[in-house]
Design a protein. Structure first.
Length: 381
C-alpha cells in the first residue's frame, strides 16, 4: 500500500490541511493518509492540549474515508520532546511492506536540516514537498539533501493555523477557514482567545454608531451579534450596548474581579445611549429603562436570564407615572423589575414574590394580575 503521512500540531486543523491531503492522495495515488498530531515538538509549543487537537481532527476528518488519525505521539506529549524520527520509525515498523510518503509544505523545507537525525529520517519515507508552480527557483541548489526530496506543484493555500489563532485572539471570524464543526468546537471551548489583555469590553449598536457585526458571535454572543448586524443594515432596532463574553472568562479567572476599565466603558456607552434616546438613566420624570439580557456564543435555550425595566426606583417610578399618565403600567413594570432583579441577581426564590402577589389578589378578591389597580400594585411593591 501507498501511505501518506501528514504531521503537525494541527493547532487547529484547517481547510488548507484537508485540501493539501486530498490533492496529494489523488496525485500520488495514496491508499490512505495518516494525520499525526504532534505531542510535544521541540520547535514550537501547541496552545491547545493534545486531546482537544485530536477531537478537532476527528470532527474535520468526518466524511473522508481515506483519512485516518494516528495517535502515535499520544503518550509522548508529556515527555520533554517528541521527534518525527521516532514517530516515522514506529510507523515504518507497523507497516514494513508499505511505501510511506511524508507530506509537508515548501515553507518548512529549510527547517529539515535542524530536525533530530534528519539524515536518517529521510531514509524512512519519501519526503513530498508541496511547492508553488509560480516559484521558478531550482530546488536542486537550495539544500544539500534536495536530491532526496520530491517536489509536487500545488497552488498556494493562504491559510495557516497561526493566522487562525491570531484572528481568534483579535475577535475576528474564522468562518470558512476551518470546517464548520471545528469552528463550533473552537467557539464552544473558547479556544485561542487572548487572555487578560482585552482592549474593548463594551460594543455599542444604534444610529450613532455600531461596533460589531454578525461574525462576532464569540465576542458578542448570538443576540449581540445579530442586533449589531441589524443595526448595520439600518433595521430600526432599539439601540443599546453589549458586554463582551470575555468579561465572564476574565471574572472567573481573576478572583471575581472585572477588568479595570469596564466601569468607565459602561458609563461612556450609557451616556451615548442616553443622548440617542433623549432620556437619562435614573431620571425622575424621563428615566431611561434598560432591558438586560444574557447571551452566549452558542444557543442555550432556557439557560439565559433577563431583567426588564432597569432604571426604575422609588423616586423615578412616581415621576414616570405622572409623565406617562399611566400609573398602573409603571407600577406593574416596577413590580416586575423587583421580582426579576431579586431572583436573577440576589437568587431569591421567585415563589416568594408570587406568594406576595397571590396574597394581594386574594385580599382584593381578584383572580388575574391585570385586575389589580395601581394602588394594589404599590402594596405588592
Amino acid at each position: 500500500m501507498r501511505l501518506g503521512i501528514l504531521g503537525g500540531t494541527f493547532d487547529p486543523i484547517h481547510c488548507g490541511h484537508l485540501r493539501m491531503a486530498e490533492y496529494c492522495r489523488v496525485k500520488l495515488q495514496l491508499n490512505k493518509i495518516f494525520f499525526i498530531p504532534a505531542g510535544n515538538p521541540p520547535h514550537k509549543k501547541p496552545q491547545v492540549p493534545f486531546d482537544q487537537r485530536v477531537k478537532m481532527l476527528r470532527l474535520a476528518l468526518t466524511g473522508y474515508p481515506h483519512f485516518e488519525i494516528s495517535e502515535l505521539e499520544k503518550h509522548e506529549h508529556t515527555r520533554n520532546h517528541t521527534y518525527t524520527y521516532y514517530t516515522l520509525e514506529k510507523l515504518k515498523n507497523e507497516h514494513p511492506d508499505d511505501e510511506l510518503f511524508f507530506l509537508m509544505g515548501e515553507d518548512n523545507v529549510s527547517e529539515i536540516s535542524s530536525w533530530f537525525k534528519y539524515d536518517e529520517l529521510l531514509k524512512l519515507a519519501k519526503f513530498v514537498i508541496l511547492s508553488r508552480p509560480s516559484d521558478p527557483k531550482d530546488h536542486s541548489h537550495d539544500f544539500s539533501f534536495s536530491g532526496e526530496l520530491t517536489f509536487l506543484e500545488m497552488s498556494k493555500i493562504d491559510i495557516s493555523s497561526q493566522c487562525i489563532r491570531n484572528m481568534r485572539s483579535k475577535g475576528k471570524s474564522i468562518h470558512g477557514l476551518v470546517p464548520e464543526k471545528v469552528e463550533e468546537f473552537i467557539i464552544n471551548f473558547n479556544l485561542y482567545k487572548q487572555r487578560g489583555n482585552m482592549t474593548k469590553n463594551v460594543f455599542y449598536f444604534g444610529k450613532t454608531k455600531t461596533d460589531g457585526n454578525k461574525s462576532m458571535k464569540e465576542i458578542l454572543g448570538g443576540k449581540g451579534a445579530n442586533l449589531a448586524e441589524m443595526s448595520n443594515l439600518g433595521i430600526p432596532v432599539p439601540p443599546g450596548f453589549t458586554l463582551s463574553t470575555e468579561i465572564c472568562d476574565y471574572f472567573n479567572k481573576h478572583d471575581n474581579h472585572y477588568p479595570a476599565n469596564l466601569k468607565k466603558e459602561v458609563e461612556e456607552n450609557l451616556e451615548l445611549l442616553e443622548k440617542e434616546m433623549g432620556l437619562k438613566f435614573g431620571d425622575v420624570h424621563k428615566p431611561l429603562l434598560l432591558s438586560v439580557r444574557s447571551g452566549a456564543a452558542v444557543s442555550m435555550p432556557g439557560m439565559m436570564d433577563t431583567i426588564l425595566n432597569l432604571g426604575l426606583n422609588d423616586k423615578s417610578v412616581q415621576g414616570f407615572a405622572e409623565t406617562t399618565g399611566n400609573a398602573r403600567f409603571v407600577w406593574d413594570a416596577y413590580r416586575r423589575l423587583i421580582q426579576m432583579f431579586g431572583n436573577v441577581v440576589h437568587q431569591i426564590d421567585s415563589d416568594l414574590f408570587e406568594d406576595v402577589l397571590s396574597r394581594i389578589k386574594n385580599m382584593k378578591k381578584v383572580t388575574l394580575d391585570i385586575d389589580l389597580c395601581a394602588d394594589d400594585l404599590k402594596l405588592v411593591v
